[in-house]
Design a protein around this ligand. Structure first.
Ligand code: SAM
Length: 296
């Protein structure tokens, strides 16, 4: 298909919207991409080839889906808005390697998706221009479900991308950075201006690439406790670890026991959460978790 006919141009997008009398639903984060170069860049950064199967979240009128269909082996796209189904059936009719599922991605049955569509053993990558109102729940669901995906490449709000990819001792670093780091290696690939969307969002955007790790970078005895401790450490950013942890764990650990933990693992309790790396969080969590297990 020639580039002039691509869905992702202002002219073609306007034509499609007009033909179907489509009105954007802000509540569904509908900001469609109208720049073919940005789409090609996303596909390139995701490493999509004919040897790759892709999952897309929120195809809209098919701007990214079309480029994925051209570049990938197969595309499975989840779209929550039923009004877009007849539009996508029209705009993507030239591609027989796209399967559209009219469903909320948060309710997806991934086991069935793999059984039905991904039996060819090709690596599966997630690529999407995400609806910004649920970026974090979607990404955390995909990561925690431990799906056999090799990477996730997504357009998201710039600030959120920076928080996800942040290193310690930066103001963007927080529990989200640690969660992402636990499951993936994260990189912000490019910052994207508002002008490439229709309608234009109020915030700046960025493309984030998450390469899934085969094993976590640290040994954690109890993931739930680890993430609880990480979150507690950032509860009040300006407060010390000592303060945040004794407040959060007051029902299971006394102040003295919290203090003993700092001594045992060699971490100064007057430090702030933002100064700890993932290894230090893991060491601290493993110590307290073991202590609570032994004494309860
Ligand atoms: N991929 C298209 C593009 O780049 O032009 C549209 C991207 S738009 C930012 C987000 C899309 O996600 C919309 O089509 C919206 O209807 C859809 N969406 C919103 N919430 C969803 C959900 N929970 N599950 C699946 N799709 C969703």
């Amino acid at each position: 298909m020639s580039e002039q006919k691509a869905i992702a141009t202002p002219k073609r997008t306007r034509e499609i919207l007009k033909k179907y009398g489509f009105s954007f639903k802000k509540s569904l984060g509908q900001n469609f991409l109208i720049d073919i170069n940005i789409l090609k860049n996303i596909i390139h950064n995701a490493g999509i080839t004919k040897e790759i199967n892709a999952i897309e979240i929120g195809p809209g009128i098919g701007a990214l889906t079309e480029q994925l269909a051209i570049a990938a082996n197969k595309v499975v796209a989840f779209e929550i808005d039923g009004r877009l189904v007849p539009i996508l059936e029209d705009t993507l009719q030239a591609y027989d390697n796209v399967k559209l599922i009219n469903q909320d991605i948060l309710k997806a049955d991934f086991e069935e998706v793999w059984d039905r569509y991904f039996q060819d053993d090709k690596p599966v990558k997630v690529v999407a221009n995400l609806p910004y109102y649920i970026t974090t729940p979607i990404l955390m669901q995909l990561l925690m479900a431990n799906l056999p995906i090799s990477s996730i490449t997504v357009m998201i709000q710039k600030e959120v991308a920076e928080r996800m990819a942040a290193a310690e001792n930066t103001k963007e670093y927080g529990s989200l950075s640690i969660a992402i780091q636990y499951y993936t290696e994260a990189k912000v690939k490019m910052v994207v201006p508002k002008t490439v969307f229709m309608p234009q969002p109020r915030v700046d955007s960025a493309v984030l690439h998450l390469e899934k790790r085969t094993t976590p970078p640290v040994d954690v005895e109890d993931e739930k406790f680890f993430f609880q401790l990480v979150q507690a450490s950032f509860q009040q950013r300006r407060k010390t670890l000592r303060n945040n942890l004794s407040r959060h764990f007051k029902d299971i650990l006394s102040k003295d026991q919290i203090e003993e933990g700092f001594d045992r693992v060699g971490i100064d309790g007057t430090r702030r959460g933002e100064s700890l790396n993932i290894q230090e969080f893991a060491t601290l969590a493993n110590y307290y978790e073991q202590y609570v297990k032994e004494t309860s």
